[in-house]
Design a protein around this ligand. Structure first.
Ligand SMILES: NC(=O)c1ccc[n+]([C@@H]2O[C@H](COP(=O)([O-])OP(=O)(O)OC[C@H]3O[C@@H](n4cnc5c(N)ncnc54)[C@H](O)[C@@H]3O)[C@@H](O)[C@H]2O)c1
Length: 337
C-alpha cells in the first residue's frame, strides 16, 4: 500500500468510514454493497461519492439518495463521461443553439467485455449481485449523457435480451475479463446482455439508445450523435480526443469535420498543452474527483449527484416495464425531494 503512496490503510471499510480524519468517502466496490456503504458513510456525516450505478436497481438508488438527503451530505456519482472536454464542448454548442433545433439523438454503449461465451460468470452477470445487466452497467452512462445534453425523457419503448445464457463459473481473485475453458462447469446469466430503446424527449426531439456487453466489433463504443436543423455532432469514447462536427453555414464545404481535442477546451490543458495531444480515460476520473472535491470545498450540491442518478433509473424503470409489456411506457420520476 505504501508503494502506491498512501500514508495509511485499513482492512475494513467500517474502519475507514469511522475514522474522524476521513471527510470524503469514495465507493468503487461491486454494486451489491454500494447502498450499505453509502448509508454508513452518510450516517457518519461524510460526503459520499459512489461509482455508478449506486446499487443496480431503481429501488437501491432511491435508498442511497434518501440516506444522503436525510443526513444532509453531498453526494456524487461516477458518470465520468460527462467530464470529457469535448463532451463539455458539445454541450456548449447545443446550448448556444449552434446546431439549431435538435430533432434527434442517438446514444449507444457497445462493449466487448462479455462477447466471448467463455468469459466467466463474474458478479456483473448476476442479478442478485449487480442488479440489472447492461441497462444498469452501460445504458446508464449513455442515457445519463443524453439527460445532460438534451434534458428529460418523457416516454420509452424498449426491448432486452440475454444472448449468452450460460458462462463458465468464475474463480476467486479473477476479473470480469477472465476466461474459462470448454467443459468447465457453468452457471446461468441472470440479467440482460442487450437493451434497445426508442424515446421521446420533453423538448420534442426523438431518441434511440442501444447497449450491449456481448457485441462483436465495437470494443468500447460509448458514443452519441446529435442532429439539429443547422448542424450535427458526434463523439465516441474510442476516439476520445475527436469531435465530429457538421455545420450548415458553410454551403460549399459540406460534410463532417474532425475537431481535435486540445488545451482550448475545458480541463484539457491541465493534462497536456497544445492541440491534438490526447488525454485518456483515467483523466476523466481525475476531473470527476477534482470537481467533486471542489463541490465539497464550496459546500454546494454536486452534479451529477444521486438525484441525477435517480433521473436515469426513472427512465430505466420505464424501459424495463416496456420490455415486459411490449408497449410505450411513460417515464415516472422516482425523485422524492
Ligand atoms: N464509471 C465507470 O466508467 C466504471 C468503470 C468500471 C467500473 N465501474 C463501477 O465500479 C464498481 C466496481 O467495478 P469493478 O469492475 O472495478 O469491480 P471489481 O470486481 O473488478 O472490483 C471491485 C473491488 O471491490 C472490492 N470489494 C469487494 N467487496 C467489497 C466489500 N464488501 N467492501 C469493500 N470492497 C470490496 C474488491 O476486492 C475489488 O477490489 C462497479 O459499481 C462498477 O459499475 C464504473
Amino acid at each position: 500500500m505504501m508503494s502506491f503512496g498512501f500514508r495509511r490503510g485499513a482492512l475494513s471499510w467500517q474502519e475507514v468510514i469511522e475514522d474522524p480524519d476521513v471527510e470524503v468517502v469514495f465507493i468503487a466496490a461491486p454494486n451489491i454493497v454500494h447502498v450499505e456503504l453509502v448509508q454508513a458513510a452518510a450516517a457518519a456525516g461524510k460526503a459520499v461519492f459512489c461509482e455508478k450505478p449506486v446499487g443496480g436497481t431503481p429501488a437501491t438508488i432511491g435508498q442511497a439518495a434518501e440516506a444522503t438527503r436525510q443526513a444532509g451530505v453531498i453526494s456524487g456519482v461516477g458518470y465520468n463521461y460527462r467530464w470529457a472536454p469535448l463532451v463539455r464542448y458539445a454541450r456548449e454548442l447545443i446550448e448556444a443553439g449552434e446546431l439549431g433545433e435538435i430533432t434527434n439523438y442517438r446514444g449507444r454503449f457497445f462493449s466487448m467485455y462479455g462477447a466471448d461465451p467463455l468469459g466467466v460468470l463474474s458478479w456483473r452477470f448476476l442479478v442478485d449481485q449487480a442488479g440489472h445487466g447492461v441497462t444498469t452497467d452501460l445504458m446508464s452512462h449513455s442515457v445519463d449523457l443524453a439527460l445532460m445534453l438534451m434534458g428529460p425523457i418523457t416516454r420509452v419503448v424498449g426491448t432486452t435480451e440475454t444472448f449468452i445464457p450460460e458462462r463458465p463459473l468464475a474463480v476467486d481473485g479473477g476479473t470480469h475479463y477472465g476466461r474459462g475453458r470448454p467443459g468447465d462447469p457453468t452457471g446461468t446469466v441472470t440479467n440482460e446482455d442487450y437493451a434497445g430503446m426508442l424515446c421521446e424527449f420533453a423538448n420534442a426531439a426523438r431518441g434511440t439508445f442501444e447497449a450491449s456487453r456481448s457485441i462483436v466489433g465495437p470494443e468500447s463504443q460509448m458514443a452519441f450523435d446529435v442532429y439539429g436543423t443547422q448542424g450535427a455532432l458526434g463523439w465516441n469514447l474510442e476516439k476520445l480526443n475527436e469531435l465530429q462536427l457538421y455545420l450548415t453555414e458553410d454551403e460549399l464545404h459540406t460534410g463532417y469535420r474532425t475537431v481535435f481535442g486540445g488545451d482550448r477546451f475545458p480541463y484539457h490543458g491541465n493534462f497536456v498543452p497544445g492541440s491534438a495531444n490526447g488525454i485518456g480515460f483515467e483523466d476523466l476520473v481525475v476531473i470527476e474527483d477534482y470537481e467533486f472535491c471542489r463541490s465539497i470545498a464550496a459546500g454546494r450540491e454536486h452534479r451529477p449527484g444521486f438525484a441525477d442518478a435517480v433521473e436515469w433509473v426513472s427512465v430505466q424503470a420505464a424501459l424495463l416495464k416496456s420490455a415486459q409489456s411490449g408497449s410505450w411506457e411513460d417515464v415516472v420520476s422516482l425523485r422524492e425531494d
